[in-house]
Design a binder for this molecule. Sequence first.
Ligand code: UN1
Length: 497
Amino acid sequence: MSPDAPTLKNFIAGQWVAPVDGKHFENANPADTRDVIGHFPLSGQADVDAAVASAKRGFEIWRRTPAPARGDVLRRAGDILVARKDELADVMTREMGKPLAETRGDVQEGIDTAYYAATEGRRLFGHTVPSELRNKWAMSFRRPIGVAGIITPFNFPLAIPTWKLFPALVCGNACVFKPAEDVPMTGHMFVEILLEAGLPPEVINLVHGKGEAGAAIVAHPDVALVSFTGSTDTGSKVGEACGRSHKRLSLEMGGKNAMIVLDDADLDLALEGALWGAFGTTGQRCTATSRLIVQEGVHDTFVSMLEARARTLVLGDGRAKGTDVGPLINPRALDKVERYITIGTGEGATLRMGGKRPGGKSLEHGHFFQPTIFTGVKALSRLEQEEIFGPVLSVVKVKDADEAFRVNNDVRYGLSSSVYTRDVNISFRALSELDNGITYINAPTIGAEAHLPFGGVKQTGNGHREGGWEVYEFYSETKVGYIDFSGKLQRAQIDNY
Ligand code: UN1
């Protein structure tokens, strides 16, 4: 324990409380691990049980609160996020590492999601349709479901919790929220903001911790739905547990996203996109550009341009001026990236640049890794197939657009893809043929906007989407009502035919 760092609490049943068995974990700055941010509850079953019991009580209040009034709370949360944007960004960069411009964007995504969700409280549309019988009405409407278990990753410490909590709340559910153990301070502040905005306390319950707490939420019989963003392996376990108890589940998992650069592309534009897509957030986005598929006519030129620019990227503390690329999140992430350098070289790919932890005194206390480019990467090699979640870009050379599309599709993931071309026909072919939830034309694989559905096909997800209008379907249940005002028994399908 670092004596100067604060000890934070869970928020359960309207109180800030210590974990039942008194255990904590340390949260440190990934750019300099001597900077300890705080000690957070290492929660277990008893804490989760208390949180779920509280959420059940909260649900009874919240489900009866009119949806527009629920939306008002979210609008106020959005206003507070606006007022505290810079302060939050600073906390987020300190505990997560990405540069301030990126954490400010992360907060903005939360603001956008808040205002969208706030107005959804005045929509939550159902349908009114004609009945096949006289003097009878038929309609559908949306009902809240119950207690939502919300488990979020480290890479978007605010945006992703808002993607889940805001729609869950506007639909009338109560929540048990477990933020990633690498970014608990952002989770703590977010809950403070929801309370300040007027959310009834038992509607939101915050449980810090690691896998044990997450597993307890997922398995709890009184948790009706679960939304999880994280690795495909953990997602499989969450899926198994939810399948056994027939819980509603939204999974958002891995990616191996490709940017395709064709011979007719604007190479200067593609260059900016590749740098941002591959090395933004130190490659720690589900949407990161981890494969660059380049047509042979421009391959050598483009790789040289890319290498020259990538070598100028400044690695450093995300809170320092001039930093382009921050640290990785923790030592496990660093080990994983290093493992893939060995795998890549072992498979015969050429390490064009990077591949190491940087030298030098200023970075020695952080989890830094050099921006890395491999060329001559073979389709179907492990380097080309597996999610690394770090600043490693694998370049694959192809003959034409057909081969590029094939290589793009030949992975188990399907989150985002991108094509740089000036050919309108190829652009539209890409939209229909690339097996991804999102395809960008002349923009990198990252940059999703809060008001459109976000998610992927194949093993990236399980068919649900975050964001936009679709997510409200996930967090509510359709109910149908028939009102017969004929005063007599009317048998559908029988009396009218
Ligand atoms: C993620 O990749 O983990 O599209 C989320 C983007 C962001 C969200 C990314 N708006 O890059």
